[in-house]
Design a binder for this molecule. Structure first.
Ligand SMILES: [Zn+2]
Ligand SMILES: [Zn+2]
Length: 309
C-alpha cells in the first residue's frame, strides 16, 4: 500500500505527499540510526507513483477495483461549493445515509421476547393503508406503524422500540484541497460502521459565480465599467478570490468586449492566467439635469471628432 509507506491518507494533497516523502526519506536514510535501505527504495518508488497525477489515478483505480472485491458498498455524492472554496480549499460536512441495519438486541423482530405479536392496530393487520386524497384519488402505502408486517409485538424490544432496526445516518467531514477541478473526485475508500464497509466518492461541483469563473487553470473576471470611466479611462483595483490585489489601468475609450490579460494570475498552484473582460454599463435612469449634461457632452465629443478629421 503506497499511501501507508508514506504515512498519508488516500485523499492526501500533492503538498501533503511531498512533505511526508521528505520526512520519510530522512527517517529511513541508511546513514541515520534505524535507517533501512530496502524501505527507502520502496518509499522512493511510492513517491514516484503518487507524485505523478496520472500514475496516481491509475493506482487509485486499481486499488478501487481491489477493494470492491472485498464487498465494499460504494456511495456516490456530489458536493456543491463556491468558486472561492474550490480555489482556496475548504472543509465540508455531508450527511450520509448508510442504510438500515437490524436491531442487534431483537435480531430485527422488534419483539423483546422473540414471539407474541398482535395484529397492527393502525392497518388491522393488512400491512398497508389506503389513503384517500382530496382530489378523490386513492393510494396504497406501507403501514408506518408495523412497517408492512401487519403485526406488532406485545412486548416491544426496548432498544429499537419495536421497529426492528434503524437507519445509520452519519455526518462525514471532508477536506477539499485547494485547486480541485470540476467533477474531480475525492475518495474515502475504507469507511466502516455498523451498516458495513463503504467507499464514499464525492464529486466536486462548483457553483456559478457570475463575476469570477474558471476555465481549467485560467481565471476569468467580468468587470463592469461605468459609461464615463469607459470614456475617460481610470485606475482600479480588484481583489481576486485568493485575496490578491489586481491593479487595473483602464484606458480611455474602452468598449464592451475589450479585455486585459494578466499572466500568472490564474489558479494559484497551477500555471494559469487571468483575463479581465470589460462590460460597459449604460445608465438606466435619467433626470432633466443628467439629460442636459449628456447632450452637452455628446455635442462636445462630436465637436472634437469633427476637428480631428
Ligand atoms: Zn400496520
Ligand atoms: Zn430491537
Amino acid at each position: 500500500m503506497l499511501y501507508e509507506l508514506l504515512g498519508v491518507p488516500e485523499n492526501a494533497t500533492p503538498e501533503e505527499i511531498k512533505k511526508a516523502y521528505k520526512k520519510k526519506i530522512i527517517e529511513n536514510h541508511p546513514d541515520v540510526e534505524g535507517g533501512d535501505e530496502e524501505k527507502l527504495k520502496k518509499i522512493i518508488e511510492a513517491y514516484r507513483v503518487l507524485s505523478n497525477a496520472n500514475l496516481r489515478s491509475i493506482y487509485d483505480l486499481q486499488n478501487l477495483k481491489g477493494s470492491l472485491k472485498k464487498k465494499h458498498i460504494e456511495i456516490y455524492r456530489q458536493i456543491e461549493i463556491t468558486l472561492k472554496e474550490s480555489l482556496i480549499g475548504c472543509e465540508k460536512e455531508i450527511q450520509i445515509d448508510f442504510g438500515r441495519v437490524k436491531c442487534s438486541s431483537c435480531s430485527g423482530s422488534g419483539s423483546s421476547t422473540g414471539s407474541q405479536y398482535v395484529p397492527c392496530e393502525v392497518c388491522s393487520g393488512h400491512g398497508s393503508q389506503v389513503n384517500l386524497k382530496n382530489n378523490g384519488s386513492m393510494s396504497v402505502e406501507m403501514c408506518q406503524n408495523c412497517r408492512g408486517k401487519g403485526s406488532t409485538p406485545i412486548y416491544p424490544c426496548k432498544k429499537c422500540s419495536g421497529v426492528g432496526g434503524y437507519e445509520v445516518v452519519k455526518q462525514i467531514k471532508i477536506k477539499i484541497p485547494a485547486g480541485m477541478s470540476e467533477n474531480q473526485i475525492i475518495r474515502f475508500s475504507d469507511v466502516k460502521n455498523e451498516a458495513g464497509n463503504f467507499i464514499i466518492s464525492v464529486a466536486i461541483k462548483t457553483l456559478e459565480d457570475g463575476v469570477w469563473s474558471r476555465d481549467g487553470d485560467d481565471l476569468k473576471l467580468n468587470f463592469d465599467v461605468d459609461m464615463i470611466s469607459a470614456y475617460i479611462g481610470k485606475r482600479d483595483v480588484v481583489i481576486d478570490p485568493y485575496g490578491r490585489e489586481i491593479e487595473m489601468e483602464i484606458p480611455p475609450g474602452i468598449q464592451t468586449g475589450d479585455f486585459q490579460f494578466y499572466r500568472g494570475a490564474g489558479v494559484n498552484n497551477k500555471d494559469g492566467d487571468l483575463t479581465i473582460n470589460f462590460i460597459v454599463k449604460t445608465p438606466k435612469f435619467k433626470n432633466d439635469r443628467s439629460v442636459k449634461l449628456a447632450q452637452e457632452l455628446l455635442k462636445e465629443i462630436q465637436n472634437i471628432e469633427k476637428h480631428r478629421t
